[in-house]
Design a protein around this ligand. Structure first.
Ligand SMILES: [Zn+2]
Length: 264
């Protein structure tokens, strides 16, 4: 496998509003690059490239209501996306998984359930990821990327991800599409987080409605309409959506120390 070059930057350097996006090479913390053994333990936030592409990533699906409609919009725009799925849902809706793959997109691991990995010890974490991986293999998918729920994990768990051969895939920006809002507003927030090499987090479902803040409304907006508007806006700026794997082939991975410190 080709060795991926990795730049380690500060988390704030990846903030699209911070103005440093696209200048990662000059901001890396290790002047001579990150040693490869260490690089695989970092979470990838985005990619250092000047090419007009970004990774569109969807979490928490597949969802029988939203995912097929989102796939239609992606096909219309010639866009590709990565779906980080709940693997129990993927097994239940293997027809949707096949549709995702047939559309030229990719399917990767988000987890068997949406519990934060901070509640799990290393052994339990390891078993969880291994079983999630097997779930996907049972529907014909060989995952290479893993995105933990809430993007929460510990350093010891990163090592387990590395040993399992998966790459820890995070994101550089999102549209806050886990709460209800107007389609135009969500699309605008998403488009504002897109730059060459960005990894945009979106949701084709919401896996954990029970954790919503009591004052927040659960999403009931049209997710297909949101991505239609967002991709139109990206096209105006000359940007095309690709899968995360494809984006990783376009330049050095940009990582930050993103794990949680604390007990266990
Ligand atoms: Zn999620």
């Amino acid at each position: 496998m080709k060795r991926q070059r990795t730049f380690l930057v500060r988390r704030t350097d990846v903030d699209p509003a911070g103005g440093n996006a696209g200048r990662f090479a000059s901001r890396q913390l290790f002047r001579w690059g990150v040693p490869s053994a260490f690089a695989r333990m970092l979470g990838v936030l985005c990619v250092d490239t000047r090419e007009p592409v970004f990774a569109l990533t969807y979490d928490d699906g597949p969802d029988p209501d939203h995912t097929p409609r989102i796939l239609e919009v992606l096909a219309r725009h010639g866009a590709r996306a990565t779906f980080f799925v709940m693997t129990d849902r993927a097994v239940e809706h293997d027809d949707i998984v096949k549709k995702i793959i047939a559309g030229g997109h990719e399917v990767q691991v988000h987890g068997r359930d949406h519990e934060s990995m901070l509640t799990r010890g290393v052994g339990e974490f390891w078993r969880h990821v291994r079983r999630a991986r097997r779930d996907l293999e049972s529907v014909g998918v060989r995952p290479t990327l893993y995105r933990p729920p809430y993007m929460q994990f510990r350093r010891s768990q990163m090592m387990a991800v590395r040993l399992s051969g998966l790459t820890l895939a995070l994101a550089s920006g999102d549209s806050r599409d886990w709460e209800h809002d107007d389609e135009g507003a969500i699309a605008q927030r998403g488009a504002a987080a897109v730059f060459p090499g960005a990894v945009l987090l979106m949701h084709d479902s919401r896996a954990d409605p029970q954790t919503a803040r009591s004052e927040a409304e659960l999403p009931r907006f049209d997710r297909a309409d949101v991505i239609d508007r967002l991709l139109q806006e990206a096209a105006v700026r000359g940007l095309t959506a690709v899968t995360m794997t494809e984006l990783l082939g376009r330049g050095a991975a940009v990582a930050a120390r993103a794990y949680h410190r604390g007990p266990r």
